[in-house]
Design a protein around this ligand. Sequence first.
Ligand SMILES: Cc1cc2nc3c(=O)[nH]c(=O)nc-3n(C[C@H](O)[C@H](O)[C@H](O)COP(=O)(O)O)c2cc1C
Length: 550
Amino acid sequence: MATLEQGGVVDQPAYMHPIAYHERTKHNFGRFAKSPGYMDWQNQPNPFRSYAGCDSLPLKFLQEDPAADYRDLYHRKNNRPQPFSMDNVAALLELSLGLSAWKSAAGNRWSLRMNPSSGNLHPTECHLILPPTSSSESGLFHYNAFTHSLELRARVPAEVWRRVIQHFGTEGFLMALTSIFWRESWKYGERAFRYCNHDVGHALAAVSFAANLQGWQVKYLNAVADEQTATLLGFDRVAWVAQEEECPELLCFVCSSEIEAVPRDLSSDIVTGFSHLSVTGKPNILSGERVSWPIIETVARATQKPATDATVIDFGPRDACREVVSSLGAARIIRQRRSALAFAGEKSLARERFFALLDRTVARNRHTPFDVELSAPSVHLMIFVHNVEGLEQGLYFFVRNPADAEPIRSLARKEFLWRQVEQGLPLYLLQTGDFRRLAARISCDQEIAGYGVFSLGMIARFRRIIRENPYRYRQLFWESGMLGQILYLEAEAHGLRGTGIGCFYDDPVHEILGLSDNSYQSLYHFTVGDPIEDRRLTTHPPYMHLQDRR
Ligand SMILES: Cc1cc2nc3c(=O)[nH]c(=O)nc-3n(C[C@H](O)[C@H](O)[C@H](O)COP(=O)(O)O)c2cc1C
């Protein structure tokens, strides 16, 4: 294994960087990944980015939520495609990356958003390249979630916009997600790069769900290089403060759900067109002082995406979804999503509901959110069932891609049963038993992992994917984050609550399965149960600071 001193690795093949980073940022019993070890409150990064000097366009708030029901979160057929107007883009943003509430306690106040974030630090930013409207030309905008407004960073000439539309062959717009690593490393140090990428996955799924309610689909442009995205966003023309730069993560095209296929690349004349735009706006300063984490810079560089061939991901024919319908509407579920802080440990989940919930994590063509088409499914679920009616307590495995079933089985403990629980569902009982203590123990001793209905670890095919394409290190975390977003919404839909768990002891998790090398690695954990409300906290409306605009 490569050694990484001061974040520098000399003469290593590119794939060694993410693999070495991953090794180095593992938590283990008695040894946590390197972090500041305390909270430097003086320099806590501002969770809201704004670009000073840009024209700001206040967005309307929804007066009425889309009528879509629970099933319409995932299916596409009932959501009628809406025009690409500012008000509809506003609705998409409000229901994906906008504020969901303010909380206050003991003189402190903080906001929450529709998308969750490790430590509520929100490293993910969103930029949009929108079509012209009757009152404005096409433009490059940054979404400011605090003011629910778009900051116009550049006007896009009609000729450049025309090239975009000609290229994609249909109406729509471009959306990019970026990360500010410092927001997370301020608290979590070296492990922060992982969390930023989880958050990208959560945000991407959140955008995909909200877009579906507008009758739109989100397609990941998998051929595009990060450098090209940076050019489109004008990042080469921004005077960044060191450590506070935004790093491009992904670029998507958003179009009507009725469109069968769109290109997954950008033509060079589009990129050239954007490279000449004059970009305005000075990014606000997030912290008085910043700490550099060289290992994050190294892994970020090593996992930058180059231009690649465009690919279409076909998830193949799948059985229809197992429908156990929630009475809650789609927007209601999105709005009420929260992380549980503690579980009562009393409620159980009916077996049929548990199966339906797991089935939602299966990638299907023309189903949100995996039809953004990141890649073939690479992440599986190792599940500790604590309290599901009609299902024995124990350790289970949910295989999301059948191609991995045999390899995992051959690497895992020989004594596992691999007994399929239900016909047509790739859920296997490995071992019966009460895993509550162990589940909490390996989740950095967080009780919520042992108390609820179930908790799980996301087990990704790892070494081979990264050896072939180091940039896919990020994507494995995105896929995990997307799974987490589904689990958050599903928990709400079934009257429970979820919490993403980024803090877990990596190799002790692998030991439970008997995995002794890095062919597969656990990337993210999640827990679901019946929440206990923290009565010390007061909840306020999401945009109470903008009451006059409602
Ligand atoms: C990637 C990720 C990792 C997280 N890890 C933990 C964790 O280890 N323990 C925990 O209690 N909450 C964890 N959370 C939950 C966040 O603290 C929570 O999302 C944040 O405080 C915002 O609150 P909200 O989800 O209610 O909007 C995690 C969330 C994400 C997205």
